[in-house]
Each structure stands twice: as C-alpha cells, then as structure tokens.
Design a protein around this ligand. Sequence first.
Ligand SMILES: Nc1ncnc2c1ncn2[C@@H]1O[C@H](COP(=O)(O)OP(=O)(O)OP(=O)(O)O)[C@@H](O)[C@H]1O
Ligand SMILES: [Mg+2]
Length: 231
Amino acid sequence: MILELEGLAAGYGAKTVISDLSFAVAEGEILALLGHNGAGKTTTLKTAMGLIAPRAGLVRFAGVPLARVPVAERVARGLRLLPEGRGIFPDLTVAENIDVVAARLAAGGAMFTPEALYRLLPVLAERRTTRAGSMSGGQQQMLAFALAILGTPRCLLLDEPSIGLAPNLVERLFAQVRDVCRAHGVAVVLVEQNVAAALALADRVAIMNSGKLVFDGTPEAARASNLWEHF
Ligand SMILES: Nc1ncnc2c1ncn2[C@@H]1O[C@H](COP(=O)(O)OP(=O)(O)OP(=O)(O)O)[C@@H](O)[C@H]1O
Ligand SMILES: [Mg+2]
C-alpha cells in the first residue's frame, strides 16, 4: 500500500469533521472517494496531504508514518494534491506555471519533466505563452492536472478534477489519469461529484457519509448498493 489512513480524525475549531476513518490505496490503483456535499472528502485529502493536522490516527506513505513530515517533503516524496478549485497561477503563462512548480521539485530522473508533460498534453504545448487565467475552464483543469503530476508522483489526490468540464473533456482527462496510473504505477484517490465517470474509472470505491466511511468495495458492488440515498 502506498497510502494508508488509519483511524484518522480531523476538523476545524471545535468541530470534528472526519472520525475513525481508515482506508488504503495500492500502487497503480484508482480509488474513487465519493459522498454528499460536506461529507468530509476535501478534509480527508487535506489531512492526508498535511494541510490539516489530524486529531487522532495516522497517515502512512510508502510504509512511513507522516506525522512529522512537512507538506513540502510529502510533495517531494511523490504525494501530490490537485486542490478543489484548481490551484494554478492565473497571472502566469502556462510555461511559467510549469516552470515554477518544476523548480521546486528534484529534476534528476523525473517521471514527468516539463517536456514530457507537453508531449502528454499537447493542448498545453500549444499554449505555452498563454496567460493561464485566460484559458477555458477545461484547459485550466488540464494545467492543474499537469502541475499535480509534474516530477515523480507516486500518489495523486485529485479533488473534483472534472468540475466544470464538458463530458468529452472529462473523458479525455480521465483517460490521461488512467494512462499515467497504469503505465507508471501511480496510485490515485479521486474525489468526484461525477459518480458515473468516477465508477467507470475506478478499481475500488470508498463512500463517506458524515465524516465516516460507509462503504469500501468494487464499483460493481457500489452500483448495486443502496448507498446512493446519501447523495
Ligand atoms: N475551513 C473550514 N472551517 C470550518 N469548517 C469547514 C472548513 N472546511 C470545511 N468545513 C466543514 O467541514 C465539513 C466537511 O467539509 P469538506 O469540504 O471536507 O466536505 P466535502 O465532502 O469535500 O464537500 P463537497 O462535496 O461540497 O466539496 C462541512 O461541514 C464543512 O462545512
Ligand atoms: Mg470538497
């Protein structure tokens, strides 16, 4: 298992939002993490990334507990978050966005150098000198995905990557996610409102309700379950 969450609890101020949360994702596996608005999906990803300190439990990455590992070091080890709402620099060009992030990552032997990204996502190569904030939503989302996989990712935490994308773009983006995952053994935790697209892509499905895990199984079993009343 590349990423393991064990008995995790986290929250904001006096409020505990997730509790007793345990799941794991293996190398090369795509796990869809689903649940209604406010179920705690974003909080879970942020806690795994180290942006929120857990109140109980632990996060392990490649077998190593992360409690005292700062966010930048988690990024360097290959744990990468595509945040809710994109997280690109709108006033920089596409190439500047990529270069700023690449400069913070170890260059030697990277799985995805900027040039490899431009080959993988030609839509970005054509727009190297375009201001990121002036591109379409779909193009911006492709850039956000590119920033998440730059360097050598080992586990991608993708928080609603399909939001605002046309169905054919969702298909293209998810095909890229699947290719990266399959070809390079990268694990993915995919948080999605687009349940049909997520179930089609995922190897496994975890469903959250009110900060707790209520299902962990195959997409087929998830489809057959009566858990959809939680959405
Ligand atoms: N910064 C914050 N401060 C206080 N409460 C927060 C904060 N962020 C989230 N919450 C609360 O935590 C709960 C879980 O929010 P979270 O964003 O993790 O849910 P989510 O499953 O990602 O929802 P969505 O599908 O709408 O993105 C909600 O009740 C929300 O109001
Ligand atoms: Mg969210």
